[in-house]
Design a protein around this ligand. Structure first.
Ligand SMILES: NC(=O)c1ccc[n+]([C@@H]2O[C@H](COP(=O)([O-])OP(=O)(O)OC[C@H]3O[C@@H](n4cnc5c(N)ncnc54)[C@H](O)[C@@H]3O)[C@@H](O)[C@H]2O)c1
Length: 437
């Protein structure tokens, strides 16, 4: 009975396995590079033919992944394709496709389901399928398991199914794919064993949990923990500000406690593909059990109100100068959702820009990581990044520091701007023209 399992494990241990990565985005590409670097052949499968041809010609489309690395991978056994029939060649299929929310803020499972349906006809005995997309507990069991078994393959015996969430901290130079411990749960103990054999080759520390559901919930707990704590510190920021206390000074002081406290910093709101979205996957699923996720909803409410708070501080600042938002020239600094990256998904800066535009301000932005405002599904600005010269900065009625990239010249901004609205605690010394937001 265990012959298939043993054969699959042996293929990963000997590095003879062909690793299939489905979805070549922020999660899939680093994983591809890691398997490639340790000598595995990797086949990347994506529905986006533009990305596929770019990758095949050795070019990256993500700023923090250099083209040289993609080019090197292409020369050493990496290939990308849009042809799903090649799924049958792969020994592992690692699914790294998006899991956004729909317009009703409910899980949009269409990417996961479409991908599973697309690979389904080409599944064969001996393969391991690993879902890495962040999702609600029960997804692997309820959505993947029946589809994988449709063609007659038995999960745990012929084919192996696991869930192993991705963990990443974009822009953090201290961690890489290899050094970030990876949690994994299998549909059966046999699935887990094969899944661990797959990941152990590439990741220093693989942590097994008892089920795919436990692994799915682990990822959500991690991200809900962040969303709730950021919500808490954002609320504290408003209270502290009203009391004339600098919240950044307070967080730094509290962080000197060597136990029982983790520092979270306030900001203009939540951004990125994960923290503003993932918690609501649990909210949706909990409803099936007649339960409300009050912490998630409350922190969502606080965090979503932050762009408006920043705008209200800007209104106060302009008011002091006898100006209204309408007709004022405002420069937003940093439109990526966090410092030193080019990712703009769910960026609160964009919401701030929209709020300002709706009130009649004349908007511009500067972001060294985003030279041109990209085409986005729900946001439209025909803008490109402004150069930060003293003269240009001084030509705006106010600048709003939304994302504190290291590449900004903060002294130049301080010296040249007429009014600075600082949502990141970058300017700690009080000055008449600097407002904390
Ligand atoms: N970006 C992060 O830092 C991060 C961190 C942890 C977890 N995650 C999770 O990982 C998952 C993927 O996120 P991402 O940031 O890599 O997304 P992404 O949008 O960067 O990449 C997804 C890729 O999947 C492709 N794709 C879409 N539908 C497909 C299909 N049917 N078949 C094949 N390919 C398809 C897209 O073309 C795209 O290239 C999400 O669930 C996300 O929540 C992301």
């Amino acid at each position: 009975m265990h012959l298939q399992k043993q054969a699959s494990v042996a293929k990963f241990k000997s590095k003879e396995a062909l690793i299939g990565i489905v979805g070549l985005g922020y999660v899939g590409l680093p994983l591809m590079l890691r398997y490639n670097a340790i000598g595995f052949r990797v086949l990347g499968i994506d529905i986006d033919s533009h990305k596929v041809s770019k990758l095949n010609s050795g070019e990256s489309y993500i700023e923090h992944i250099p083209s040289s690395k993609i080019a090197h991978a292409c020369k050493s056994g990496f290939e990308a394709t849009v042809d799903f029939s090649r799924v049958s060649e792969c020994d592992a299929l690692i699914l790294c496709v998006p899991t956004p929310l729909n317009k009703y803020r409910e899980p949009d499972m269409s990417f996961v389901i479409n991908t599973t349906d697309a690979i389904k006809p080409y599944l064969r005995a001996g393969q391991v399928i690993s879902l890495e997309s962040t999702t609600y507990p029960g997804t692997t069991e309820e959505e993947l398991l029946p589809r994988v078994q449709e063609g007659g393959l038995i999960v745990g015996k012929d084919i192996f199914l696991v869930y192993s969430p991705e963990r990443e901290d974009p822009g953090n130079p201290d961690f890489e794919t290899r050094t970030i411990p990876k949690v994994i749960g299998g549909d059966t103990p046999e699935c887990l064993e094969v899944g661990v054999a797959l990941y152990e080759q590439a990741i220093d520390k693989v942590i097994s949990v008892s089920s795919t559901k436990a692994a799915e919930m682990t990822k959500l707990l991690e991200n809900i923990h962040r969303a709730v704590n950021i919500g808490l510190v954002n609320e504290m920021k408003i209270v502290a500000d009203r009391m004339g206390i600098d919240i950044f000074e307070v967080v730094d002081a509290a962080a000197t406690k060597p136990f029982g406290f983790t520092a979270y910093y306030p900001g203009p709101g939540l951004g990125g593909h994960c923290i503003p979205i993932d918690p609501f996957y649990l909210t949706w699923k909990a409803r099936e059990y007649g339960l409300h996720t009050r912490f998630i909803e409350l922190s969502g409410e606080v965090n979503q109100a932050m762009p408006e708070y920043v705008v209200s501080k800007l209104v106060d600042g302009l008011n002091e100068h006898g100006k209204a938002l309408k007709g004022s020239k405002i420069l937003v600094l940093g439109i990526a959702y966090k410092k030193n990256v080019d990712d703009m998904r769910e960026s609160p800066s964009v919401e701030i820009m929209e709020l300002l535009e709706a009130k009649g301000s004349c908007i511009a932005y500067s972001d060294p990581h985003v030279p041109v405002f990209p085409t986005m599904r729900e946001h439209h600005f025909t803008l490109s990044s402004e150069a930060l010269t003293a003269e240009n900065i001084a030509s705006y009625d106010a600048v709003v520091l939304a994302t504190d990239h290291d590449k900004f010249d903060y002294e130049l901004i301080r010296a040249s701007a007429r009014l600075i609205v600082d949502s990141r605690g970058k300017y700690r010394t009080a000055a008449a023209h600097i407002i904390k937001a």
